[in-house]
Design a protein around this ligand. Structure first.
Ligand code: ZN
Length: 93
């Protein structure tokens, strides 16, 4: 007898690399911490998040078009070393 309505629409986000929409759980959340892009796979870090496919291609595109500072509303360039490492490890090849 719970009156809960089920929300079936799964949340979508736009990848800042290829600009394609994808389900939130297919994308990696990124937050800016102290001038660096930090991967937030569990989505627990506070602040604005940007979403990108966890693949080097999308990461490179995002870096090239400076999508992270824009999406995260920070003025300067962001370091993506940690993020790149994370993505390359996530590839697992
Ligand atoms: Zn993408």
């Amino acid at each position: 007898m719970s009156g809960r309505t089920r929300i079936r629409s799964c949340p979508e986000r736009t990848c800042v690399g290829c600009r394609e929409r994808a389900a939130k759980n297919e994308l990696l959340r990124i937050v800016a911490i102290e001038g660096a892009c930090v991967p937030d796979p569990r989505g627990t870090l506070p602040g604005r998040g940007a979403y990108v496919h966890p693949v080097p291609v999308c990461l490179d595109q995002a870096v090239r078009r400076k999508a992270f500072p824009r999406a995260l509303r920070v003025p300067g360039p962001l370091d993506v070393m940690a993020l790149r490492q994370y993505v390359e490890q996530a590839q697992g090849c």
